[in-house]
Write a protein that binds this ligand. Structure first.
Ligand code: GAR
Length: 198
């Protein structure tokens, strides 16, 4: 069976992108990195792209006159690279609706908590773990869900809980503990998606 072609969008360091591309390189996932897009020019994910020989682009909304042109650019790049599945891996912006429509049921996002808790507008990165701590949760985890037009609201594809939160924890310590689980969980989610769609 032909390999699933992945388009990855990331804003930061790209450790999730790295884990997924490594899993492809190791032959654990029957998939390949087709292209990476970041809204930040200096994001670490561009180095991850180089390491895995995947082309990467810096494309952000403010480079375009309107949202439609931005969407068209993203759609064209993903089409050009024949992307089957788009993975948001620490992408901190809302996606243009036209892109979501063009890859319906084929855009996934990873969220570093157990949705529907600790999700929604403004709930990303370290803020998620601050909220987990503030609410006194005893455990946290990871959610991979389909992306639709609402923040963190699309159907859940895969969820892994059981990450402990300790009384003397800090948001940074929780983030590191969750991130390790993310790397495994995102690869599992890609496999689950491929089992359903191939
Ligand atoms: C990850 O923890 C991811 O779940 C989170 O950003 C981090 C990116 O790390 N995403 C969100 O908060 C999106 N709402 P990475 O760049 O090392 O993969």
């Amino acid at each position: 069976m032909s390999k699933t072609r992945l388009g990855i969008m990331a804003s930061g360091g790209g450790s999730n992108a790295d884990a997924i591309l490594q899993s492809c390189a190791d032959g654990k996932l029957n998939a390949t990195g087709a292209v990476i897009i970041s809204n930040n020019k200096d994001a670490g994910v561009h180095n991850v792209a180089k390491k895995h020989n995947v082309p990467s682009y810096h494309i952000s909304r403010d480079m375009f006159r309107d949202g439609r042109q931005f969407a068209d650019k993203l759609i064209n790049i993903f089409r050009e690279h024949q992307v089957d599945l788009i993975l948001l891996a620490g992408y901190m912006r809302k996606l243009p609706p036209a892109l979501i429509r063009s890859w319906r049921n084929a855009v996934l996002n990873i969220h570093p908590a157990l949705l529907p808790a600790h999700g929604g507008k403004g709930m990303y990165g370290i803020r998620v773990h601050e909220d987990v701590l503030a609410k006194g949760d005893k455990e946290t985890g990871v959610t991979i869900h389909f992306v639709d037009e609402e923040y963190d609201r699309g159907p859940i594809l895969h969820q892994v809980g059981g990450v402990p939160v300790y009384p003397n924890d800090t948001p940074e310590k929780i983030a590191a503990r969750v991130l390790e689980v993310e790397h495994r969980a995102y690869c599992e989610a890609v496999q689950i998606w491929m089992d359903k769609h191939n």
